[in-house]
Every structure is written in C-alpha cells, then in structure tokens.
Design a protein around this ligand. Sequence first.
Ligand code: OSB
Ligand code: MG
Length: 369
Amino acid sequence: MKIEVIELRHIRMRLRAPFETSFGVELDRDCLILRVDSEGMTGWGECAAGSTPGYSYETTETAWHVLSEFFIPTILGRQVEEIEDYHRRLGAYKGHNLARAGLEMALWDLLAKVQGKSLAAILGGVVERVPVGVSIGIQQDHDVLVEVVSQYIEAGYRRVKIKIKPGRDVVEVESVRKSFPDLPLQVDANSAYTLEDVAVFKSLDDKQLLLIEQPLAEDDLIDHSRLQAHLQTPICLDESIISARHARQALEIDACRIVNIKSGRVGGLLEGLAVHDLCYEAGVPVWCGGMLETGIGRAANLALASLPGFTLPGDISASDRYYSEDIAEPRFTLNADSTIDVPTGAGLGVEVVSDALERVTLRREVYKL
Ligand code: OSB
Ligand code: MG
C-alpha cells in the first residue's frame, strides 16, 4: 500500500463532566485525529496526547510537531504492507509514543480494511465482548464521590476505579468501601506519591482493592518494587510501562503484579501486543487502560482488550460516560453484564461522522506528495 495522503487534525471535545486527577482538571479533551488514504481506502487513528504534559510529556503540540516534521514525511509516498514496515521506517526516532501510536492506529485500520477483517481478528482477539469498568475523577468531597459511584453502579458498571492524590485517598476509599462493601474497586494515583508515603498505602492495603495503579513516579521502577514489598495489594503500573522491555524489567524486580496496557503509551498496538504476550506467558493479569478516547480510539481499545490475557475489566466505558456527541458511529453502549461489544466491522469497525468531526476541529493540515 502506497501512503498517498495523510490528514492531521487537532480536535477538542467537551467532556460531559470535568475529569480531575492528581495532575489537574480537564473540562475538554484535546487530541489529534489522523486520516491515511491509500489506493481508495481510508484508515483513521487517534493520538491521545492532551493539552498539557500532565499524564505524559507529550501534548497535542509536541505530537503535531513530531508527526508533521518527522513521522509523516518518513512514510508519505512509501509502501507499507505490514505494521512492522512502519516501525522500521521510524526506527531512527526516539520516544513520542503517543504520536507514534496515533499514526500506527490509522495504518492498522487501513491494513485491516484491505484484508476485510476486524482489528480484533487481526490482533488475535478471542471474545466478542469485554468486561469494563468506570474511572471516576477526584470529586468535591467524599460524600459527592459516594453519590457519583452509586450513579455509575446504577448505570450498570460493576468495577469502579477512583482517582486519588495526597490528602484525598484513605477517607475516599473508606467512604466508598463502607457504602459498597463488595464492589470491585481500585485506585489510581497517577504518580502523585513517593516512598515516604508508604503509610498511606499500608492504610489502603486492607480495603480489598483489586490493585493500586501507578502510586510513584513514572521513571521509578525501583521504588515501586520497594513499595510492593510492603503491600499485599498488587501494584499495577500505567505510566511506567512504556515498552515491553519496561514491562519485563518491572516484573523481574516485582515492581508490579498487574499491568495496565494503553497502546498510546507503549508506542502502538504492536508493542501493546508484545506487552500482552509477555504478561500472558508470565501469568500476570493485564487490563486495557483508557485516555478518554473518542469512538476511534475506543474501538481500538476494545479490539486490544479482546485478547486472552485481558482478564481484568478495562477503563473502556460507554460513549455517553464521556461525550454527548462523538465523532464516530455507532456509539458504544454498556451491556447488562458490564461489558461492551467488540466491533466486528472491517478495521476499527466504526464510521467517522464528517460534520461532527468538522465541528470539533481546531486545526487541520493535509500532507500529500
Ligand atoms: O491514568 O488511567 C489514567 C484518563 C486520562 C489520562 C490517564 C488516565 C485516564 C483515566 C480515564 O483514568 C480512563 C478512561 O475512562 O478513559
Ligand atoms: Mg492510570
């Protein structure tokens, strides 16, 4: 397939409710949408870099720069027959995983459509629907939090993750636990703590949490290993795992016992598969993380989460948990058993709605030969 045209868009979508984490509050979600055209076919991708370097050092602006100056020129006009070709061509460039993964997703969609197969089928998915939960941001106080949790349980979510940060942790978990003694519950600190906070995690250790996500700094596997030694609850790494190599090293030193896989963070679905395979062989549970994706990225997450190692519910909620209007159809809905159907159509299995995409576009550029 000769890559003929690539379109890059910076979009901004209003979240139905503000999303607060230890690194800040988001009212809108910014990201980049990529379109790749080849031989009459079109592939779509989503780059999860946001408006601030809060979750990752990448932002929509750095991703735009790296894509437009380096990644796009490297593949425009070139032949891409398999995803490995893309990664070989980009081999000289370091980092910028979110940017790298966004363009890769568009190529997966294109290549899968050419084969007339769903992305899930191509990746090796084994289930038709995947268990999902909901990720709840930091709320005004613990009473509001308990109310928000109960609304999501009411809506059908059977696994809840709450965001924590220093000073907003033990009381929050205790309040939710008290109201919902048997709820599958987990917490995500987004790297807001240090090893000096071990007492906080010891207080959380008897709360029957499924896992504690990314308590310490993203570049600190060693202290995660030290913290894990104090805890019964499994540590799960998100930000720290930027490649299969990091996953291997984290497991080797017992820095975590569960891995969150996000294709963006590891530089694409191909590397996400590698992380999955490594964990699967090691008997380490994985689950699919989320980045408040539009219908495009959500479709890719569902395909990835259909692999056999994804034994824990993903942060892949229904479209209406995030946005009143999405840029792709159909919208994803929650089944009664807290699962979402894996798309079965060719490629990502979703259709982009042009006028909806146009309405949320802040900047657009087309690259062609
Ligand atoms: O740390 O998992 C995270 C959203 C944006 C950036 C980082 C994270 C998240 C979430 C939301 O937790 C998951 C989702 O529902 O998409
Ligand atoms: Mg996380």
